[in-house]
Design a protein around this ligand. Sequence first.
Ligand code: PLP
Length: 427
Amino acid sequence: MKPAWKIETQAIQGGYDPKPGDPRVVTICQSTTFKYDNAEHVTRLFDLEEPGFFYTRLGNPTTDAFEQKLAMMEGGVGALATSAGQAATTLAIFNICQAGQHFVTASTLYGGTYNLFACTFPKMGIEVTFVDPEASADEILAAFRPNTKALFAETIGNPGLNVLDFAKFSSIAKEKGVPLVIDSTFATPYLCRPFEHGANVVIHSATKYIDGLATSVGGIIVDGGNFDWGNGRFPELTEPDESYHGLQYVKAFGNLAYIVKARVQLMRDLGSVPSPFNSFLFTQGLQTLPLRMQRHSDNALALAQFLEGHPAVSWVKYPGLKSHASHDRALKYLPLGCSGVLTFGIKGGTEAGKKFMEACRLVALVVHVGDARSCVLHPASTTHRQLTPEQQAASGVTADLIRLSVGIEHIDDLIADVDQALATSQK
Ligand code: PLP
């Protein structure tokens, strides 16, 4: 780790330190396994007595380079890459919350995460309470139970675009002795620094801005190394792990306990590992992340300002706009920009929205955000379709809501395309 580097330098140089004669670029180590000369060496690797690769489900040099670069950029102590953002969320919670236990989450979530928490976790015996992130601290505290193990939220809610009140959420988590787990997919480590605002674990869907070019599905968990797992509430990290011949994670690994356990216990057993090729693409993507995030943010702000004055638009939500309810918080937690996603209400409702999306020529109708290419979506009929109307409302989705993921094309071309599509939508 070289914390003195700025994030732009970490993005380019971090995570891979080639020795004389090594390839300049991180290589794709497309190998399931690794060769050794003596059994004793392999035993030491299995016993975690020395670092090294022995099977790609548990670690791979290309994936390791991705994990190290992202951990450095986020300011964490370690990271674990996963096969999808959904796997990152699942493992991040499952690492500390089991059947018969409970966690609290902000309700303003990506639809897939909402489903995971509302439907699948309860089937596994894990109970979840959804809270309005704008509720008072006392109201949120009231959702906690003796068996509550985590507090979860997104930095920028998808698609409500509410910026999290980190001060409130981190003080609640501290008071209750549980980690604050943050999905910072929309913000990325360039725009928001969750560990500096009290988060303990950060997850990303790498599929979005980290990849940046819409080539690969993946996720990552980053450990801030700043939570006291020995506070008596997390015996799975302090008591012997019988599945690992009595390993005690905190005792053996100190402030890396959480992320080591996620790897050697959960990744070992659940196997949601990324392919080395995808890890290579994420490593490539990270190198331009700061440049892209600045351009995404600048374009989105300009487009939001354009839409705010447009006669076919009834409302615009973008945290960078003064009119947005989270604007002050955006200035505090997202000082460089508010990322590339904005939403707006189109006059004429769902029908006009359909016409608008079909009339866009440059902006493509795609189920995605975070691509360098601009894209558009109607969440109520797609990403949040499986939710009930009440759940949709709780996640900030309304029938007239159009979500734009603003890319890094020239802003003049984007405004021209959106303008002509809005004109068509009103005919
Ligand atoms: N978190 C957020 C905020 C997302 O937008 C998404 C996907 O859109 C996910 C998590 C899930 O990530 P993935 O699609 O990589 O599984």
